[in-house]
Design a protein around this ligand. Structure first.
Ligand code: ADP
Length: 463
């Protein structure tokens, strides 16, 4: 470049002088460089200034955009009634919006920098403080997925109880770790009151309707009893149909009552220590007739498939002890419900009831070789009134409440129920219940016996 300018400068200085010594050549070069500097420097400065101006224009544009976006999210966060908070990996609150401040009674300045569990105190519907394993704001770090809780109650700073619905989503960093979480919560008092009113109406109505239905069923049974009434075969046929329908109606009212109670926590529940394999063995004995009536085999399996005990009671095996703390009436309801479904939706083959477990859980399973459940229906199966729409359910009566009630009961004991199924092959329902180890079970049993009310001598049976 400089050489070019030197050449140009020399031409400009003396276009005709192309001969001469080194001095002349040196002078030419100096002039060239001088002109180059004079022309280039301002040009460079102009270009540099321009690019600086362009750069600062871009920077301020980006800054402006960021500020605008920040302003937008600030406006949203400040305007919404819902409480929003962001916590870091140490459960420390980093962001707390005015909605969260109103609901919790903690000001933004007070809450930011504080442990989230001091600010977001949660209790259940029995006013028992949430343990960490129950609290979505803690569980989200382990489970790494969005969690929802519609049953929590927030204890505000002034000890006010506010029913809330809470959603917590993890903030996952590039290395796959949970680096924080976003919690959104709102006052759900209105919905809960509405739910309660609805549940109360259903439970009162079904309770009132059960009584006349039971009376009708009783009279129909009398009419069908040959020792009491004499009716012709045509009338018998009609009355049998009426009797079956009344029984179905009675079951529907009973299910409605149970589900309403399960929803508002009024389900009677007297948990005690029971040993699951002997409990089920007895239960299976009572169920065998219903399975055989339909031509189905009923099998009872203890442990890992190896120890199959035929329900007819053949071989004897040493069974492990699977202790759980549940209300036996409630768990019986669950097993009978699942067994009834297995029989209802199976035309041939067998129904199998099993129990197994590890250190943590006792697992029950009820499987059949029936029609199976389409995969798209499985996520909705435990919802209220959900029934699979197929020929099997169209011909077989039901309310769609059975599995909902099962789920509610299992959840009462911090258990889990789920299903695996293959169309036209069969279905298996699994229930996991927290296991009580043998030693703890015996201690609790001793306490249960000591706390049992002592009957007066005159009230002791046989006395
Ligand atoms: P229902 O009174 O209709 O049986 P449930 O809540 O007990 O109500 O069951 C819901 C639906 O799940 C049923 O309508 C049926 O379609 C399906 N289902 C439940 N158990 C089984 C099973 N063992 N095999 C096939 N389908 C089943």
């Amino acid at each position: 470049m400089y050489v070019l300018f030197a050449r140009l400068a020399s031409d400009v200085a003396n276009p005709h002088l192309h001969v001469g010594g080194n001095l002349i050549h040196g002078v030419h070069i100096l002039i060239g460089v001088g002109i180059g500097v004079v022309v280039l420097l301002p040009l460079g400065i102009i270009m540099y200034r321009k690019s600086k101006r362009r750069h600062s224009a871009v920077t301020s544009l980006v800054r402006g955009q960021i500020r605008r976006e920040q302003l937008k999210s600030d406006i949203i966060l400040n305007a919404i009634e819902d409480g929003v908070l962001v916590v870091d990996e140490n459960h420390t609150i980093q962001l707390f919006n005015p909605g969260a401040a109103t609901l919790t009674g903690w000001s933004i300045d007070e809450a930011v920098g504080v442990d989230v569990f001091s600010v977001m105190r949660l209790v259940d519907d029995k006013n028992v403080e949430y343990g960490k394993e129950q609290n979505p704001l803690f569980r989200v770090y382990g489970e790494k997925k969005a969690l929802h809780d519609n049953h929590a109650t927030l204890v505000s700073r002034s000890q006010k109880r506010i029913p809330i619905s809470l959603s917590v989503s993890p903030l996952i960093s590039v290395d796959g770790k949970v680096s924080g979480a976003v919690g959104i919560f709102r006052d759900s008092s209105a919905e809960r009151n509405e739910e309660q009113r609805r549940a109360e109406f259903i439970s009162t109505a079904s309770h009132e309707m059960r009584t006349p239905v039971a009376a009708i069923e009783g009279y129909l049974a009398l009419a069908l009893n040959p020792n009491v009434s004499h009716i012709d075969s045509k009338a018998k046929e009609f009355l049998e149909k009426a009797h079956a329908s009344t029984q179905h109606l009675g079951k529907l009212f009973q299910d409605l009552l149970t589900s309403a109670k399960a929803e508002d926590g009024r389900l009677s529940n007297h948990p005690m220590i029971i040993e699951m394999s002997s409990f089920l063995e007895q239960l299976v004995d009572g169920l065998r007739f219903a399975a055989e009536k339909k031509g189905l085999k009923l099998e009872f399996v203890v442990g890992d498939n190896a120890a199959t005990i035929d329900a007819t009671g053949g071989s004897k095996v040493i069974k492990p002890l699977y202790y759980v703390q549940v209300d036996p009436d409630r768990i019986r309801e669950v097993v009978v419900n699942l067994f009834d479904n297995a029989v209802k939706y199976t035309d041939a083959g067998k129904v199998s009831i099993g129990v197994t477990g590890d250190n943590q859980v006792v697992q029950l399973r009820i499987s059949d070789t029936g029609v199976g459940i389409p995969p798209e229906d499985i996520p909705h199966l435990f919802q209220k009134f959900y029934r699979v729409d197929n020929s099997a359910t169209r011909t077989v009566g039901g309310s769609g409440l059975g599995l909902f009630i099962c789920r509610k009961i299992v959840e009462l004991y911090n258990g889990r129920i789920w299903v695996e199924s293959e169309l036209n092959k069969g279905t298996t329902f699994y229930i996991n219940l927290p296991r009580v180890n043998n030693q703890a079970a015996q201690q609790i049993q001793t306490k249960e016996v000591a706390q049992a009310p002592v009957l007066p001598v005159s009230a002791v049976p046989g006395s």
